[in-house]
Ligand binder design. Sequence first.
Ligand code: ACO
Length: 311
Amino acid sequence: QEAALQGRFQERVDAEEKIEPRDWMPEGYRRTLVRQISQHAHSEIVGMLPEGNWITRAPTLRRKVALLAKVQDEGGHGLYLYSAAETLGVSRDELVGQLLSGKAKYSSIFNYPTPTWADIGAIGWLVDGAAIMNQVPLCRCSYGPYARAMVRICREESFHQRQGYELMLALAQGTAEQKRMAQDALNRWWWPSLMMFGPSDDQSAHSAQNMAWKIKRFSNDELRQRFVDATVPQAEFLGLTIPDPELRFNAETGHYEFGAIDWTEFNEILKGNGPCNRERIEARRKAWDDGAWVREAAVAHAAKRKQRAMK
Ligand code: ACO
């Protein structure tokens, strides 16, 4: 019977039908979605930290408003995504517990520091640019709640990317010192942004199955290549140099060829040894502990309301 259910499930996926929370699904499909959606949610929440660091130091009121809105959007994305994961039968407490204990992963990119204002531009341009490249196809993911959450998230990410690029443009067209800051930020964020797409296809444990289940629509390397092809001309327009001496356009394939990624750096970050891993988790633990009274008050308030309604 299990085999028949599996077969019917795959037929539905192949026919581009959306799988909904109450539908039968293989245990592996459920597990992989919980893993990916929760990792994605954690990334949004931890991703608030490197930029949140600059809200009080934004150079103008206009920049501050944009950054504040962006960081709030990221908090919202995290919440939608936790809700999408909850439809698969896990609780939010369980998921947050996995982040705080170090069991669950979040994107490698958020373990790098943001020492200058230009980092805010580079994050919007490159990190959100890479995020969009990876997430637009997720709007067509086979799991309905995840696919639907991604539609709004991608619209907001697109605004984030534009504000970052416009910030970089202002710096690149500014004083020599501002242009130098922009170049320095590009130098530090370029390679980590390429790593965001995950290991190369021959090392990617989950890709083949996730593509068969139509969770993933394109492989890690395909999306990475698309990102490079889209971003190199943007760097040229800014008058900045991509920090890769091997980067060159191949007129025959129509793609940019790029140098080797330092996978040792990526693997160290995944093991918790990146420049900011400890700081990020500590900040999340502190936020969780400091917020305990809010959770307790919300529960007490809900209990009171329920009691009042019963009277
Ligand atoms: N950072 C941290 N971990 C990563 C990264 C990364 N950049 N890339 C891959 N991994 C992890 C995978 O989670 C997986 O870990 P696990 O097996 O221990 O659970 C392992 O490395 C092997 O990778 P893959 O087999 O390629 O994993 P997968 O098929 O899940 O692909 C990917 C990874 C592309 C990140 C996918 O999970 C995805 O598309 N996720 C949704 C998007 C997302 O999470 N974006 C977060 C950053 S964007 C933002 O928040 C602004």
